[in-house]
Design a binder for this molecule. Structure first.
Ligand SMILES: Nc1ncnc2c1ncn2[C@@H]1O[C@H](COP(=O)(O)OP(=O)(O)O)[C@@H](O)[C@H]1O
Ligand SMILES: [Mg+2]
Length: 272
């Protein structure tokens, strides 16, 4: 588990790189920002996740795909330190080389490990503007940018148009943008998204996922959980296929496109 010296944020000037031919996510020289080792999660006696190793380099978009129940949410929840029910979690999570495994969720979030959950983390009884008012005690740090509301509106102009509406009045796509916007205002080092495409019209799916490329182009490290393999493969650098809590296959997006196991997942899980 070595952390390469963090010299250049390699992905910063790359622009978009859909499909990442050649698969050089954030370039091989970019430092590993997130490292997960020996992560096991069990609910009662049932193993939901058994992951030997997973790492993300700065500026990389890693997709984790798999059918319903494969363990995708369990994975990002465990990395974020969230627990639904009472799972037994063991293993190590390192952020920029620092072991955060013992930290509770809010401390991991403060360190920049941010999850936009399936429920999207939006307050229904607050307006878009109010949702985009985040306690201002986070500040820019190397590799972390704390977005302000204006910057979120630049990324998602639709939210500016809807700024006076309540969270509960937004469409699924707008709620997703708002959830991502809130996370960006907390200065993510790693942004994790749990099925951002779920319930969205196909046009919005591409819009939201393309935004991930924009953010990664600025050096943000992204872990994207998706059941929609077809959409995910268009924007990720690398793809991991989970099945019953285990990694079945992983590789660059271009490698994975031709993998029969991925093709099977397309047919099985890809909606849209
Ligand atoms: N709170 C919980 N209590 C018991 N079992 C759970 C709980 N959450 C998830 N599981 C089980 O863990 C496995 C993985 O679930 P999950 O991570 O939600 O899958 P995915 O997000 O890929 O659909 C499933 O078998 C699911 O039934
Ligand atoms: Mg899930």
């Amino acid at each position: 588990m070595s952390t390469s010296p963090s010299s250049v944020p390699a992905a910063a000037s790359d622009g978009t790189r859909p499909g990442a031919p050649g698969g050089l996510p954030g370039s091989a020289a970019a430092p590993e920002v997130l490292q997960v080792a020996g992560l096991r999660v069990a609910y009662g006696g049932n193993n939901a996740l058994d992951l030997e190793r997973l790492s993300l380099r700065q500026g990389e978009v890693l997709g984790v795909v798999g059918a319903n129940g494969a363990g995708k949410s369990t994975l990002v929840n465990a990395i974020a330190g969230w627990s639904r029910g009472t799972p037994r979690v063991s293993g190590t999570v390192r952020l920029d080389g620092v072991d955060v495994s013992a930290l509770p969720a809010h401390r991991r979030a403060r360190a920049g490990l941010l999850l936009v959950p399936e429920g999207k983390l939006v307050f229904g009884q607050m307006s878009v503007d109010e949702n985009l008012t985040v306690p201002g005690d986070v500040h820019d740090a190397p590799g972390r940018h704390v977005y302000d509301r204006e910057e979120v509106f630049e990324l998602f102009p639709r939210l500016r148009e809807r700024r006076g509406h309540l969270g509960s009045q937004l469409s699924g796509g707008e709620r997703q943008m708002l959830g991502i916007g809130r996370a960006l205002m907390l200065g993510p080092r790693v942004l994790m998204l749990d099925e951002p495409s779920i319930g969205l019209a196909p046009r919005l799916v591409s819009a939201v996922l393309e935004t991930m490329r924009t953010l990664a182009g600025k050096g943000l490290t992204i872990l994207l959980v998706e059941q929609n393999v077809r959409a995910a493969i268009e924007v990720v650098d690398r793809l991991v296929l989970l099945e019953r809590g285990r990694v079945i296959v992983e590789g660059t997006a271009s490698e994975m496109r031709d993998d029969p196991r991925i093709a099977e997942a397309y047919l099985g899980g890809g909606h849209g």
